[in-house]
Design a protein around this ligand. Structure first.
Ligand SMILES: NC(=O)c1ccc[n+]([C@@H]2O[C@H](COP(=O)([O-])OP(=O)(O)OC[C@H]3O[C@@H](n4cnc5c(N)ncnc54)[C@H](OP(=O)(O)O)[C@@H]3O)[C@@H](O)[C@H]2O)c1
Length: 265
C-alpha cells in the first residue's frame, strides 16, 4: 500500500532512540522529511545522519526538552523555518515511572505528568496554530495502553496516558473542521531501553527476579512476544497518512491484546 507520504514533513519528539527513532525511520522510508527532537544532541544528530544516509530524505536534529514550553515552541519554529511547514506531528517523548501508590514520590508524579502529559500538550500547542492556518495537518500521539487498561503498578503512566487520551479526543473534535486529524497509538510493552528499565523496577517492587518479571510480561501477551518499535512505527505511519483519512479521535491499541491483569498478581 502506498501511504502517499512522499515529501510530507514530520516533527517527531523523543526521536533519538526506541519508538521515536523507529517512527522517524519509517516515515523517512515512506518519503517524509523529518525534524527529530530529543534532549541530547550527540545521539540525535547521529540518528538523523543515519536515516538521511539510508533514505536520502532531509532529516534534521533539533535538540530540545519537551518539559520546556520555550523548547517546544522553538523546535517547531525551527522545523517550519527549515522545511517551510509541518504536515505531521508525532508527540512521543515521554516516560513515567512504574511503582505503587505509597512508593511513588511527589517528584515522580510531577515529572510523569510534566513530560508524558504536558510534553504532548506543549508539542501540540506549538504546531496546531500553524496547521490550522494551513487547513491541513495530522497529529499522532504515542501514548500507552496503561491509559486504556489500568494497572496499579503502572498508575503514574496510566493517569498521564488517560489525560493524553482526553486531550486528544477533545482537540480531534475541535480541529477536524480545519483539516486536522488527531489520534493516539497505545503500545503495551515494547522492546526498548525504557521497557528494560520498567521490568527491572517491576521485579524490585514485586520482590521477584527480572527473569520472573519477564515471564509474567510474556504470559500477559497472547501473541507470546514483546512488540518491536517498528510495529508501533508502522501504525503511526498509517495513521499519519491519508490512507487513514477517516480515522479521527481514535485511541488505537498496539499491545497484541495484552491481558495486563496477569502482571498485577
Ligand atoms: N517502551 C515501552 O514499552 C512503551 C510502552 C507504552 C508506551 N510507551 C511510550 O512510548 C514513548 C517512547 O518510549 P520509548 O520506550 O521509545 O522510550 P526510550 O527508548 O526511553 O526513548 C526516549 C526518547 O525520548 C527522548 N526524551 C526523553 N526525555 C525527553 C524530553 N524531556 N524531551 C525531549 N525528548 C526526550 C530520549 O532522548 P534524550 O534522552 O536525549 O532526550 C529518547 O530519544 C514514550 O512516550 C513512552 O511512554 C513506551
Amino acid at each position: 500500500m502506498d501511504l502517499g507520504l512522499t515529501d510530507k514533513v514530520a516533527l517527531v519528539t523523543g526521536a533519538s532512540m526506541g519508538i521515536g527513532l523507529a517512527v522517524s525511520t519509517r516515515l523517512a522510508e515512506e518519503g517524509c522529511h523529518v525534524a527529530m527532537v530529543a534532549r541530547r544532541p550527540g545521539p540525535l544528530e547521529e540518528a538523523a545522519a543515519d536515516i538521511a544516509a539510508a533514505t536520502g530524505r532531509d532529516t534534521i536534529a533539533l535538540p530540545g526538552d519537551m518539559t520546556s514550553w520555550e523548547d517546544a515552541e522553538r523546535v517547531a519554529a525551527e522545523a517550519i523555518e527549515h522545511f517551510g511547514h509541518i504536515d505531521i506531528a508525532v508527540p512521543n517523548a515521554g516516560s513515567s515511572p512504574g511503582g505503587l501508590l505509597e512508593d511513588l514520590t511527589p517528584e515522580q508524579w510531577d515529572g510523569s505528568l510534566d513530560l508524558k502529559f504536558m510534553g504532548h500538550v506543549r508539542t501540540v500547542r506549538a504546531v496546531i496554530g500553524h496547521m490550522r492556518e494551513r487547513g491541513t495537518g495530522n497529529i499522532t500521539m504515542v501514548v500507552g495502553n496503561d491509559g486504556l487498561k489500568p494497572s496499579h503498578w503502572e498508575l503514574a503512566a496510566g493517569v498521564a496516558n488517560a489525560a493524553d487520551h482526553n486531550f486528544a479526543s477533545s482537540i480531534a473534535i475541535q480541529y477536524a473542521p480545519h483539516g486536522i486529524r488527531v489520534n493516539t497509538v497505545n503500545p503495551g510493552p515494547v522492546a526498548t531501553t525504557r521497557w528494560d528499565t520498567l521490568e527491572k523496577a517491576f521485579a524490585r517492587d514485586k520482590g521477584i527476579t527480572q527473569e520472573r518479571a519477564h515471564e509474567l510480561t510474556l504470559s500477559s501477551l497472547p501473541l507470546g512476544y514483546i512488540c518491536t518499535p517498528e510495529q508501533v512505527a508502522d501504525v503511526v505511519a498509517f495513521l499519519a497518512s491519508d490512507r487513514a483519512g477517516y480515522i479521527n479521535g481514535a485511541h488505537v491499541p498496539v499491545d497484541g491484546g495484552q491481558r495486563k491483569a496477569l502482571m498485577d498478581r
